[in-house]
Design a protein around this ligand. Sequence first.
Ligand code: PLP
Length: 413
Amino acid sequence: MKTRQDCLALDAADALAPLRQQFDLPEGVIYLDGNSLGARPKAALERARDVVAAEWGTDLIRSWNKAGWFDLPGRLGAKLAPLIGARADEVVVTDSTSVNLFKALTAALRLQSAETNRKVIVTERANFPTDVYIAQGIAAWLDRGYELRLVDSPDDLHAAIDTRTAVVMLTHVNYRTGYQHDMQAVTAHAHAQGALMLWDLAHSAGAVPVDLHAAQADLAVGCTYKYLNGGPGAPAFIWVPQRHQAQFAHPLSGWWGHATPFAMQPEFAPTQGIRRALCGTQPIVSLALVECGLDIFAQTDMAAIRAKSLALTDLFIELVETRCAAHPLTLVTPREHARRGSQVSIAHPHGYAVMQALIERGVIGDYREPHIMRFGFTPLYTRFVDVFDAVETLTDILDHARYDADAQRDAVT
Ligand SMILES: *Cc1c(COP(=O)(O)O)cnc(C)c1O
């Protein structure tokens, strides 16, 4: 079993370790929740000051041109593209993941509309709820006979995708379990049945290597406030590959997707290229901060991040299983590297209470129903010694039952 000294040695030899300096992390906190809200890049404070004081305050409306506000969704999309195997002109950072899912899903259904008997959207019951809710909303409101087919396990996906399937919409890495789909194999199966493949990369972008082109995926969306460290509620992203851009259309046909927005024409005419995925005016202050997170990723690559992520999650699993062996813990996240994201989920009958006790002692993870303690590992700023110290605290809490089994749930957990 690894000692604290071993972990310090791993940190000393870690090529990614210096990047931690670029984040502002509070003293005395081990932050294992970057999968829910990434830590703040130091540069974000200066950038926020600049956008608010200089670009907005001094230059006022001239900043739409002068500071490049109008082009910001595409400029950030181009910076994000290499992290997901996309081309620079195929991604925009805009809107929320939920809204982008609505656009991508309706666009996929429309791409299939020539084939009138393809009405089924296939997804997982265990998908992140908003993904399922958006699909339910489309089926309920668009009144075109669309149906939702919810699959209970990744093993059932194969049989659930058939010649009535219009689109398969899956989250690549499951938020609760950390299970990672085989993007290439699932996409190939969807295509073999004539279905389109839409991936949600909320827990993948910046967390695991993704190659959308190698997988020949059709559409993708994802989040920037998790592993990409864009800031609370930062706009999400949407990917439309060049081969689908000319046919890509969705019902949120706002003026930012118009060919000539300032011609103020009464008829909608879509612009060319990825800007078709835009709807309306963007929250520029929040959008601008996304760049600070992306600029840190530009200093390394996803292969290095993945290697460290697996080393961190392996270490965490090994330490928990040896040191907490006497306690009723169940590993929920797959052991197999290829099926694991960058988190470790562990169930305990008092999972919520134990997580509250951890948070009170500065080890911040989070809780998901049922009974799951979720620990996110972010190689840009998580150290091996943090893993050791977090397990030390967990062991102490469990060995001495130092948690309040009646702890009440907060509004946000
Ligand atoms: C985090 C997450 C979202 C969040 O959607 P918002 O619109 O930003 O609230 C959606 N889908 C998945 C799979 C997520 O993990």
